[in-house]
Design a binder for this molecule. Structure first.
Ligand code: PMV
Length: 358
């Protein structure tokens, strides 16, 4: 093992689920398959110095402030890794990591950062295995480690569309890690119209979520609609891929929206019942549906576990959508459309610098 310190500067993106992962089985595995779009602008950047130490240690600054809660969370997750992660153990022993982490998206934007931060952190561990111990890991192993840190992070290791969780039609899919949709489609391809898909996130409420995603997943354990939710998510997964291959936006939009609303329906009818949508969320949804109908443009929406509405549209309609949003902002009657994060399909995680220091 080399005696010098290793410096790594890398980034990993967030992703938005088109078919949602909601509910866990056997620890950190999904009860249904999910499909996501990897984003470009919502990223976690990490600058890390790794040096030899007598024991495994981490120090983490998030946006220049030491973050003990994040540190404890990571140490806890690593301590719970099962025997299948034995290959990674050298990365978690006799090394000290000094981590500076930044998000490219506003802190209180209501955008979950666990997918990008845990994908970035597991990327750091991957680089350490390679650089210090000459142990190579492939993307599936990396996605698997990211999954243990946060389920949706398993889908942030590649781009543009990532699929995670077994499905009877696509036999290559696994619960352990996410795969690139291109690799499971075989002879088929996503229609060129669906290249460079956009996601404009209308921030309805930037506050902290009232239910954490782990508590949210647990609500599915004894949910009265659990079995029908699993069946519907499997159906949506298959149907949305078919619509993307056919280039049928209206079909895609119909599945995308009902899927997002099903996630919220599950929350509303769980015990305890959780309502995350706000009155303005419904106003944005209504605007999307009216605009699609009246303007004949390819715009749709999805929703994460929160009140913010993700406007999903195709590249060919980008200018028209921007124009319509500007018109809404100009109305100034209510400020619903005043806080929007514009994002689009990204290219996946990246190493910006990696070198040894004396
Ligand atoms: O990765 P987690 O545990 O934060 O769960 C993410 C859950 C959703 O964002 C609601 C859906 C998804 O598939 O990303």
């Amino acid at each position: 093992m080399n005696n010098s310190k290793l410096y790594i500067n890398l980034s990993a993106p967030s992703n938005i689920a088109l078919v949602k992962y909601w509910g866990k089985k056997n620890g950190q595995k999904p009860i249904n398959p999910s499909l996501s779009l990897t984003l470009n602008n919502c990223q976690t950047h990490m600058e890390v110095v790794i040096e030899k130490s007598d024991f495994f240690d981490l120090s983490i600054e998030f946006e220049s402030i030491p973050n003990e809660k994040f540190r404890q969370k990571i140490l806890h997750k690593i301590s719970k890794l099962g025997p299948e992660f034995e290959k990674w153990l050298p990365a978690f022993s006799n090394l000290k990591y000094t981590i500076k982490s930044y998000n490219s998206f506003p802190h209180s934007s209501g955008i979950a950062s666990s997918a990008s931060s845990m994908a970035a952190l597991s990327f750091v561990f991957k680089c350490v295995l390679e650089q210090f111990y000459k142990i190579e890991t492939n993307r599936n192993e990396w996605s698997s480690l990211a999954r243990q840190l946060s389920g949706s992070a398993s889908r942030s290791v590649d781009a543009p569309f990532m699929a995670w969780g077994i499905h009877q039609k696509y036999f290559q899919l696994k619960d352990d890690y996410a795969l690139n949709l291109d690799n499971i489609l075989e002879q088929q391809k996503v229609h060129p119209d669906f290249k460079n898909m956009h996601d404009a996130i209308v921030i309805v409420d930037a506050g902290v979520k009232s239910v954490s995603s782990s508590d949210g997943h647990a609500l599915m354990d004894r949910h009265p609609h659990r079995e029908s939710r699993i069946a519907l998510a499997n159906l949506h997964f298959e149907q949305i891929i078919e619509a993307m291959v056919a280039g049928n936006f209206l079909e895609f939009a119909d599945i995308l929206e009902r899927e997002a609303l099903d996630l919220h329906a599950m929350m509303m009818t769980s015990s305890p019942s959780v309502i995350l949508l706000k009155p303005n969320s419904l106003k944005v949804i209504d605007w999307v549906r009216r605009t699609r109908e009246q303007e004949k443009i390819n715009i749709s929406f999805t929703i994460d576990a929160g009140p913010n509405i993700h406007l999903i549209y195709l590249d060919k309609d980008r200018e028209k959508v921007l124009e319509l949003l500007k018109a809404e902002q100009a109305k100034k009657m209510d400020a619903i459309f005043n806080n929007i994060i514009f994002d689009h399909q990204g290219t996946g995680p990246m190493i910006h610098k990696l070198h040894w220091m004396d």
